[in-house]
Design a protein around this ligand. Structure first.
Ligand code: SF4
Ligand code: SF4
Length: 371
């Protein structure tokens, strides 16, 4: 297993970590017997980093971590990360109680990494109001957490403010080759964290599974370079090849995924310059598809039939890029796409001059063709 060591963290991590959000399920609950096998395969394969959260499965993930990992392996055999959901504080929870609950559910006396979970502007405002940076660093001083960090989903501007608020030991970022230069501006975030000498834990390296099944043109491009490599393996190698990556989290939920990922990370190959160029070409292919040029400005939002126009176009573009048209079909109702009565009221508001009525019809036709 490829390993990484950073002074800030103070321990050697396996480059591949297990994200504990998608444990195997049976009858709507976590299948503990299957999860035990999965965890055993991870430990046997050299994975030593496990990432759970208070809110994953309403505590089911933390309980499953206790049953399948903590109660079955010596504490020094693994590093455990957990997260504080500050958005529950306005409902009457306290940070101390949330931390104690997480410790109890997972059955440990300390967390190796503890994160302020899902920081964006709104959650960061709660952190400031509740003085959670002071809280998390006080817990570090007390030895209840070894390292203090946060996971992040917002703009580089918000990230900059948070980085200046504490002497962070690590930051967890959403990084993948598609978001690197596009709307998520992952590169800018990675560089800001790296410049400050803080190691990155990477989440969503396969973009929630989307990069495991990109548009067929991208699959062909990747296969032309290596017929044996899966699209997901390219995405994981991109994340692991960044020099400031301590851990690449993968939410593996089947033994097949564990075995494939272990093969990849046991003989980890950094991306060559040529391979990086190939992924840039893959992004160009995705960006060059016949997408609807909606900017999401929402000037068209006052549709009398409550059609969620910008969300519908965004969903269509995402599905086209990642070959997930069947998923769009499940959202037709929620987005009220078939409510359109073709009154045309929206089109006069669109600065992009999008033929909204015919684009909506196109989306319906695409999804109907799947039936
Ligand atoms: S054309 Fe359709 S989407 Fe546009 S405002 Fe009328 S009903 Fe709404
Ligand atoms: S007005 Fe046009 S560009 Fe703006 S959200 Fe609506 S469809 Fe998209």
């Amino acid at each position: 297993m490829e390993k990484r060591i950073f002074d800030k963290l103070g321990f050697e991590t396996s480059l591949l970590g297990l994200g504990c959000m998608r444990f195997p399920q049976k009858d709507g609950k976590i299948d503990l017997a299957e999860t035990e096998k999965l965890v055993d395969a991870c430990i046997a394969g050299g994975i030593n980093y496990f990432d759970t959260a208070y809110v994953y499965g309403d505590g089911d993930s933390e309980n499953a971590v206790r049953r399948t990992l903590v109660e079955r392996y010596p504490r020094e055999r693994f590093y455990l990360a957990n997260k504080l959901p500050m958005w529950l504080l306005p409902e009457g929870h306290t940070p101390q109680e949330l931390l104690e609950t997480s410790l109890r559910r997972t059955g440990v006396s300390y967390f190796d990494n503890y994160l302020l979970h899902n920081l964006n502007q709104e959650n960061w405002d709660i952190c400031k109001k509740e003085r959670l940076v002071d809280f998390i660093f006080a817990k570090k001083t007390a030895g209840i957490v070894r390292n203090a960090g946060f996971s992040f989903h917002d703009t580089p501007e918000v990230l900059n403010e948070i980085l200046h608020a504490g002497d962070w030991d690590f930051v967890q970022l959403q990084i993948n080759y598609y978001d690197w230069e596009t709307a998520q501006r992952a590169r800018g975030q990675y560089e800001m964290v790296t410049e400050r000498g803080i190691p990155c834990i990477i989440m969503e390296p396969v973009r929630g599974g989307a990069l495991a099944s990109p548009h067929p043109d991208v699959v062909s491009l990747l296969r032309s370079a290596d017929p044996e490599a899966s699209p997901a393996s390219w995405a994981l190698r991109f994340a692991g090849s960044l020099p400031n990556t301590a851990v690449v989290l993968s939410g593996m939920s089947t033994m097949e995924q564990v075995e494939e990922n272990l093969r990849l990370f046991n003989h980890f190959q950094l991306l060559s310059g040529e391979e990086q160029e190939l992924l840039r070409q893959a992004v160009a292919v995705l960006e060059g598809l016949a997408l609807i040029p909606c900017t999401g400005c929402n000037y068209c939002k006052d549709c009398p039939e409550d059609v969620r126009i910008s969300s519908a176009f965004d969903a269509y573009n995402t599905c086209l890029r990642f070959d997930q048209m069947a998923e769009l079909q499940t959202r037709i109702q929620e987005l009220h796409i078939s409510n359109c009565i073709e009154c045309g009221k929206c089109e006069g508001h669109c600065p992009q001059h999008i033929a909204i009525r015919s684009e909506l019809k196109k989306i319906l036709a695409c999804t109907e063709a799947l039936v």
